[in-house]
Structure formats: structure tokens, C-alpha cells
Design a protein around this ligand. Sequence first.
Ligand code: GAR
Length: 200
Amino acid sequence: MTKRVAILLSGGGSNMVALAKSMTGDHPARPVLVISNDPQAGGLGKAQAMGIATQAVDHKAFGKDRARFEAALQEALLEAKPDIICLAGFMRILSPAFMGQWEGRMLNIHPSLLPKYKGLHTHKRALEAGDQTHGCTVHEVTAMLDDGPILGQATIDVKPDDTPDSLAARVLPFEHQLYPAVLQRYAKGDRTPVFLPTTS
Ligand code: GAR
């Protein structure tokens, strides 16, 4: 049976586009809904242009009431009946209770070689630490932030003149390779990690 995939984003949605483009032909999954917490997120328009249903659940409308925001998010998700949820640049922290509801069915992409640099400013932190390599990770979401079993990593060499922006720009195309590769396996029930070869 074809797996139903919901994608959550907050920004431009380049990872969403890579995921959605990959789900064609004999791929075991299809995108059924793209949700953003920001009604202005560029990713929503890109999803619409690809013919994917979209929904905005504006976190600002709920003020500091995260429980009500998450209840609205949960309602939208339950309606779409996803088998798999992909967080793709979704920049709201979800509560352990919320993430626990989807454990085993939710993936995230993070722009660092986890377990290094959970949280924000990953590229800057890798440079400040003098790391020789950097990259991105797809992992299963558990109740802990940027934690959970690693399902894939792409590693690149850091260049002496890299800045946080240049590093982010060089990692992003590898995110676009890694996330679809992991999702394709995951949708078949295969959790064997994907490790892309190190690239300079
Ligand atoms: C990506 O680099 C993704 O790894 C990162 O946000 C960017 C979203 O770009 N995610 C996080 O930092 C999550 N903690 P996109 O909207 O173009 O896919």
C-alpha cells in the first residue's frame, strides 16, 4: 500500500521540493499534505504549484499556548492520515508529548553531523570548533530534540575559507540527496542508515 507522507516546514521548502519530486513512479510513498506554522512560508506556494494540498497552522495565532498550537497541528495531521511525517526545516520546537504521538513515524533533517550541534546555528558552531568535516543528518524523531536513531548522514569537507553561509549553501544540496534516499528506504520499512560518501 502506498504510504501517505505529510511534510512540515517553516521556510523556503527546498527539502520539501526534493522529497515531493522523489515520490513518483514506483516510489512507495506520495505527499498528501504540506503544513507550515508560517502562512507566509515560501514552501507553501511551492507545494501548491506541485499540486500538493497545503495548510497553514499559524503558531502566532496561539500566542504562548503551545498546547493549543499542537492540538491544531495534530487535528490537521489526523485529517490527512499520514503514515510518515517529514519535518523539513520546521523551526518550531514540538513538545515531547506531541513528538511521542508520532514516534516511529516522524523523520527530521538537521544540518549537522548529529550528535554534534543539536539546535540552532550549526554551521557557525562547526566552524568555531575547527571541524574538518560537517554535513547533515536524517533521524527518527523521538521525544528529545534533534535526537533519535540516525537514518542517514552526508559529510562534506570544510574549506579553510568557509563562512557559516557558504557552509550552509554547500550542505543544502546534500540534504536534497540524503532526505529522499532515506525516505524511500524508510517507506519500505527499511531503517538501514544511508551514508553518502564524503565530498569536498
Ligand atoms: C535546512 O537546512 C534544514 O536542514 C534546516 O532548515 C533548512 C530548511 O531549508 N533545519 C533545521 O535547522 C531544523 N533544526 P528548506 O526550507 O529550504 O528545506
